[in-house]
Design a protein around this ligand. Structure first.
Ligand SMILES: Nc1ncnc2c1ncn2[C@@H]1O[C@H](COP(=O)(O)OP(=O)(O)OP(=O)(O)O)[C@@H](O)[C@H]1O
Ligand SMILES: [Mg+2]
Length: 316
């Protein structure tokens, strides 16, 4: 089954480290590491780690864009790009080694016009994927309703749309209706219109989304507590194993990667969510922007399958 990931706001992630962040001083840094980044691109990288295939669709501009394309090519990930004149953005992250704190500088996204974004949809229509995954923010220049347009487009081309984003763009796409949503607690609260959700209200909120036709499947990610899977058939909590946490950067995208890979293999929703938690939690075991190691994810998945059922939230 074909999977396409769409990243409308890609980035070249640059990371380095220094012993201490001191203003005004010249800070000696380690060699710069560069990675292709942005929500959908991360999902493609995660799928590749599981030996799966996907096509990463994104607007690509200037040197940074070309660098992202070649990094993905070297990783064995297919790309299909819309060339744009403006340089693709870059983000910089510096780890302070004495404290293990990460300083993340996110630069403004490259402006994208609606017709450039539509050109990405034209590429996708030709690929005819079974699964279309969009993750991350919308770039400046696009309307907050652009994911809603994609939700409509996905229905038209018969693709199952999996969306992981936040704020108004998430809300408007959910109003149009998508196949799967992966909100965290804050995003779920916003979706059901409450300030803050208590743990014992998460299942009701998730089922409300399904009842309202906003999605067929919802996986609410709960950080160290795993996730809540809900469909029209009911809900289930899937716990996350306890691991030594390094950095949670990329946990959400790793989780989505595990889920869409499982779906493309025809696995049932429970296994999809279990593998999602395994990949998300495996991502927290690595420092910086590194996603997850496949062997960690497989080990955690076995743990969840074996012991997961014995663990329940006391609140549920
Ligand atoms: N501290 C943690 N310990 C174990 N697993 C974790 C932890 N934080 C995140 N995870 C795993 O990663 C998954 C996704 O994390 P989370 O709920 O934080 O998503 P998110 O807020 O969308 O993250 P992101 O900032 O990447 O978008 C969780 O369901 C869980 O499996
Ligand atoms: Mg997230």
């Amino acid at each position: 089954m074909k999977i396409v990931t769409l990243t409308l706001n890609p980035a070249l992630d640059k990371s380095s480290s220094t012993e201490r962040m001191i203003p005004e001083h010249k800070l000696r840094c380690s060699a710069m590491r560069i990675d292709a980044g942005g929500g959908g691109i991360n999902v493609s990288k995660g799928i590749r780690k599981l030996d799966g295939e996907s096509i990463a669709v994104f607007p690509s501009g200037g040197h940074n864009g070309r660098l992202i394309e070649s990094l993905l090519g070297e990783a064995g990930i297919q790309t299909s790009i819309v060339e744009v004149p403006d340089e693709t953005r870059e983000n910089i992250s510096i780890t302070e080694t004495s404290t293990n704190q990460q300083f993340r500088f996110t630069l403004p996204g490259t402006e994208l016009t609606e017709s450039q974004a539509d050109a990405c949809l034209d590429l996708i229509e030709k690929i005819k994927p079974e699964y279309l995954v969009a993750s991350g923010s919308l770039p400046p220049g696009l309307s907050e309703h652009y994911f809603e347009k994609i939700a409509h487009f996905a229905k038209k081309i018969g693709a199952r749309f999996i969306l992981d984003t936040s704020g108004k763009p998430l809300q408007s796409a959910a109003d149009e209706g998508v196949f799967l949503l992966k909100p965290n607690l804050n995003e779920l609260s916003a979706l059901v219109g409450v300030e803050k959700l208590e743990m014992d209200k998460v299942d009701d909120a998730a089922l409300e989304l399904i009842g309202q036709g906003k999605c067929e499947v919802v996986v609410v990610s709960l950080g160290a507590q795993g996730c809540l899977l809900a469909t029209a058939d009911g809900f289930e909590h899937i716990p996350a194993p306890t691991v030594k946490k390094q950095s949670t950067v990329g946990a959400g995208d790793s989780m989505v990667a595990g889920m869409v890979w499982a779906l493309s293999q025809g696995r049932p929703y429970r296994e999809m969510a279990q593998l999602g938690v395994a990949c998300g939690t495996a991502a927290t075991m690595n420092s910086g922007t590194e996603l997850f190691h496949a062997d960690d994810a497989r080990r955690l998945y076995e743990w969840i399958r074996k012991y997961g059922k014995r663990y329940r939230f006391t609140d549920f």
